[in-house]
Design a protein around this ligand. Structure first.
Ligand SMILES: Nc1nc2c(c(=O)[nH]1)N[C@H]1C(S)=C(S)[C@@H](COP(=O)(O)O)O[C@H]1N2
Ligand SMILES: [Mo]
Length: 214
């Protein structure tokens, strides 16, 4: 299918859904940008453990360590001094909503790797947050050009409800793999499962494979 016909088709579908009275949330199938079992939303829902930590920038630190050559703890100023990237990506939550075209800006995971230099023994990454949330990924999944620690969403500072000051974004995985309110990143030889992974969610979390439960 050409890009043009895809665009036309999805415009028709949007129109249909709107005539049906759904203003904000549109359900349809057949958009080849939407992973199986997902529906598109225009809003940006908030999901957390019922607690949104408040972290003043003067108290914020990010510690990156474990099996690395050069562990670091960055203050907010030191984080901002790192080279920045921008990336636009779609966001897929396992609870079935997807949100297209989110603009993120921050420090790429590739930059983190180049700073801390993981040892060859390091095969996995564990993310820990200020709300004690954790999630885990293999290092090669993190070492991808679209994985970043963002402090902006659509050109504005990332709000507390969406994980500000800084959260992780891993576009090719379901959104629970992206830790909000990131506090620690630990490289390890072992795959330690995170909060949802120990509760039965998939360890791989691939939206395009409908890979929700372990
Ligand atoms: N620290 C932390 N990060 C988290 C969560 C959380 O509860 N705490 N929830 C995860 C889940 S299940 C999802 S779907 C996304 C939701 O991000 P949003 O609230 O910005 O939509 O954050 C993920 N990262
Ligand atoms: Mo989620």
């Amino acid at each position: 299918m050409s890009d043009d016909s895809r665009l036309t088709k999805s415009k028709e579908q949007w129109a249909k859904a709107r005539r049906g009275g759904e203003e904000r949330e549109v359900f349809y199938e057949g958009d080849d940008r939407l992973p199986p079992g997902q529906h598109l939303v225009e809003t940006f829902p908030v999901l957390d453990l019922g607690f949104k930590p408040e972290i003043p920038l003067s108290d914020w630190t990010l510690t990156i360590g474990g099996f690395v050559t050069t562990p670091v703890t960055w203050t907010w100023e030191q984080f901002l001094q790192q080279p920045h990237i921008q990336d636009r990506s779609d966001f897929h939550c396992v609870t079935s909503w997807s949100r297209y075209d989110n603009d993120w800006e921050g420090v790429s995971f590739k930059q983190i790797i180049s700073v801390v230099k993981p040892l060859s023994l390091a095969k996995f990454v564990l993310f820990k947050s200020y709300d004690d949330y954790t999630t885990n990924l293999p290092i090669e999944v993190c070492d991808d050009a679209d994985v970043l620690l963002t402090y902006k969403w659509n050109e504005k500072p990332l709000t507390k409800e969406h994980g500000g000051p800084v959260r992780v974004i891993v576009p090719k995985r379901y959104a629970w793999k992206g830790a909000k309110w990131i506090k620690e990143i630990t490289f390890s030889d072992k795959d330690e499962k995170g909060f949802w992974e120990v509760r039965g969610y998939s360890n791989t979390a691939l939206p395009w494979k409908n890979d929700r439960y372990g």
